[in-house]
Design a protein around this ligand. Sequence first.
Ligand SMILES: [Zn+2]
Length: 68
Amino acid sequence: MASYYVNKNAQDNGDHEVHKEGCAYMPAPQNRQYLGEFSSCGPAVAEAKRFYPQSNGCYYCANECHTG
Ligand SMILES: [Zn+2]
């Protein structure tokens, strides 16, 4: 299990990136929303979509959940 966070700030394309704890691209603490502990990025992105419908996995730490 790992802790996942979603970026409160959207990317230029409108995506809110979901990051796994330890990612080099983790947003600053004030810019991220804690999602919970998950065994993979899939349910983490699903949780993020409750806050931000346009959520997407980080290319670097959640590549299997990254689209576009
Ligand atoms: Zn990341």
